[in-house]
Design a protein around this ligand. Structure first.
Ligand code: CTP
Ligand SMILES: C[C@](O)(CO)[C@H](O)COP(=O)(O)O
Length: 226
């Protein structure tokens, strides 16, 4: 199933504490965002990439896109204050039946998981990448445990998150109406009662968020022979 992908890349990387957008930091000499974009550039089922950017990064990103010959980027769209706002701005430019949203900060997504997500989105309406939780999860208030959450039902959710375009667009429009801000696309679709299937992904599909993640990323590249 072919798909369009919206890649939110307009964050400021505050938790990374770098002097620039964390997506512009190098991994083995190649910027994080280029690693991510190259996955979709290589995928014959990807019909187009809508890149959502911070205006301050426009010149450097256009230079990198030219340097790495990324031909599938159809639009570069200014993002918003929150990730959800950035995704919505990108969605407004989408036209494919199936649209996927994938964090620019997750460079290690596999084509196999992407394809399973696209198929599941087409047949079920929506599907997300996730992995079973390995740690025990507890709720904590004021430094004290209030509840241990049953682990067997817990999944750590990633991106891509893939949907029929009309499903995800309606969910974003609803979120604006009810003034809901979620941390992922699926939570907006859940608010509308939409079904969200789960596709088991890889533990390698980490989101580069804090400095330690850069060390993990170098190890993943080494493991993959890059
Ligand atoms: N207003 C925002 C915030 C985030 N993102 C993007 O959404 C993805 C996941 O967000 P996150 O990892 O939180 O990135 P940042 O917001 O940059 O990080 P921080 O919260 O530490 O500032 C990233 O690719 C980021 O660029 C975005 O497009 N627009
Ligand atoms: C969408 C996401 O990557 C799923 O785990 C995550 O919620 C993004 O969170 P962030 O704080 O915006 O990085």
């Amino acid at each position: 199933m072919t798909y369009e992908v919206v890649i939110p890349a307009a964050g400021r990387g505050k938790r990374m504490g770098a002097d620039r957008n964390k997506l512009l930091l190098d991994l083995k000499g190649i910027p994080v965002i280029i690693h991510t974009l190259q996955v979709f550039e290589r995928d014959p089922l990807c019909s187009g990439v809508i890149l959502v950017i911070h205006p301050d990064d426009k010149m450097i990103l256009q230079k990198l896109i030219d340097q790495y010959h990324l031909t599938k980027i159809t639009q570069m769209v200014p993002g918003g204050a929150e990730r959800q706002h950035s995704v919505y701005e990108g969605l407004k430019k989408a036209a494919a039946k199936v649209v996927m949203v994938h964090d620019g900060a997750r460079p290690f997504i596999s084509e196999d998981v992407i394809h399973k997500l696209a198929e599941a989105a087409a047949s079920e309406g929506g599907a997300i990448a996730a992995v079973p939780v390995k740690d025990t999860i507890k709720k904590v208030q004021n430094g004290t445990v209030t509840e241990t959450v049953e682990r067997s039902d817990l999944w750590s959710v990633q991106t891509p998150q893939a949907f029929l375009l009309e499903v995800l667009m309606a969910a974003h429009e609803n979120a604006v109406r009810i003034d809901f801000l979620g941390t992922d696309e699926a939570s907006l679709v859940e608010k509308t009662g939409g079904k969200v299937a789960v596709i088991e992904s890889d533990y390698d599909n980490i989101k580069l968020t804090t400095k330690e993640d850069l060390v993990f990323a170098e190890a993943i590249l080494a493991k993959n022979g890059q």
